[in-house]
Design a protein around this ligand. Structure first.
Ligand SMILES: *Cc1c(COP(=O)(O)O)cnc(C)c1O
Length: 366
């Protein structure tokens, strides 16, 4: 476990924080080198378009994802809300998986602020474990009603999540994404990609980021999760759409000022923290194997492709299992009545994983 660090203070550590914290990859703290990059960032007022570090980040992420332009956001939820709103006029609908972050974890923002109507489909079996939620393109394609006339709601866009958070960090199959792109394009329906963890999909599957990026009209990515930046998401799209996004972001209260200090952290993360996600994936797999060995029904290690492990807790409530593990110094999150989520990240090392394997195996069999 990495101690919290401050610039110029290599010895700083917080003895109160000695639990292994696997609740989320949003818990990462900026490294000393990242803080140094933030301290040295060149900045300006971004509402005037004058923050050079922010502009550099937006251009870099757009290029990585094969899009014309990018826009920085203070959260992934806001990036998703603006991205979807660009594609879905008020009163028309977005289709998404029933456990998607856009519909389940953004507090109804798409409806409340954007006037977006929605319908859901279900990837895989909703059995309380939600394992392996892989896209089957035929399902949303069959659900689409692009030109429903004056009686039913018309479909404007489909949202896909890659990796799929509540599905256990699943990487969406490229062939299904291609089928979805072809089928929606033919019907005049747009695609939004919630790529909060697209970096993990890219590293796990070896698929270039731009290959994923080009299969959607708008793409959001988070720099504040496994990549370890303290704040920040980027939305990419066409130049024209990003110009509209800039207006919407300001209207939603998200105009940025000297945010180059944040962008510097994101650029540092892109330089240093993408390839290492493979370590997080190997550690998550190790946790899954230990849990499977102790309680075979809890997880199939083959479903664990990235940094998220969803464990079925059998007859015991997820909250009870999470509390027992916390009592033994390993924090995980209770995600549903009978499941917990375990997430590896930048601040978790091999010794932490050894401890997590031991505690979770004991708790699952106890
Ligand atoms: C974390 C996350 C987001 C964005 O979350 P914020 O907390 O708003 O930054 C979006 N989509 C998915 C799949 C996520 O896991």
């Amino acid at each position: 476990m990495r101690a919290p660090a401050r610039v110029g203070d290599d010895t700083a550590h917080d003895t109160a924080v000695d639990a292994v914290d696997l609740r989320s990859d949003t818990l990462t703290r900026p490294t000393p080198a990242m803080r140094q990059a933030m301290a040295e960032a060149e900045v300006g007022d971004d509402v005037y378009g004058e923050d050079p570090t922010l502009v550099a980040l937006e251009e870099r992420v757009a290029e990585l994802l094969g899009h014309e332009a990018g826009l920085f956001f203070p959260s992934g939820s806001m990036a998703n809300m603006v991205g979807v709103r660009l594609l879905v006029p008020p009163g028309t609908e977005l289709l998404a998986d029933v456990t998607s972050h856009v519909l389940r974890a953004e507090l109804g923002g798409h409806a409340a602020l954007g006037g977006v109507s929605s319908r859901t489909w279900s990837d895989g079996v909703v059995d309380g474990t939600n394992r392996a939620r892989r896209l089957d393109a035929a399902v949303p394609l069959a659900l689409m009603a692009p030109d429903a006339g004056p009686y039913l709601v018309s479909t404007a866009a489909v949202a896909v999540e890659n990796t799929h958070n509540f599905g256990g960090g699943t990487v969406q199959p490229l062939t299904e994404l291609e089928l979805l792109r072809a089928g929606t394009a033919e019907a005049g329906v747009a695609v939004h990609l919630d790529g909060a963890r697209l970096w993990n999909a890219h590293v796990a599957a070896g698929v270039p980021l731009a290959t994923y990026g080009r299969l959607a009209d708008t793409v959001s990515v988070c720099l504040s999760k496994g990549l370890g930046a303290p704040v920040g998401s980027v939305l990419v799209a066409s130049r024209e759409r990003i110009a509209q996004a800039r207006v919407l972001r300001k209207r939603y209260g998200g105009g940025m000022r000297q945010a180059g200090v944040l962008a510097a952290a994101c650029l540092h993360a892109l330089d240093h923290h993408v390839g290492r996600l493979a370590e997080d994936h190997a550690r998550a797999r190790r946790i899954a194997e230990a849990c499977h060995a102790a309680a075979p029904g809890s997880v199939d290690p083959r479903d664990v492709e990235t940094n998220i492990v969803v464990l079925a807790t059998g007859d015991r409530p997820g909250a009870e299992v999470a509390a027992l593990a916390a009592g033994k110094g390993v924090r995980v999150s209770s995600l549903g009545p009978r499941m917990v989520r375990v997430v590896t990240h930048l601040d978790v090392d091999d010794a932490d994983v050894d401890r997590a394997c031991e505690v979770l195996a004991a708790v699952l069999t106890g």
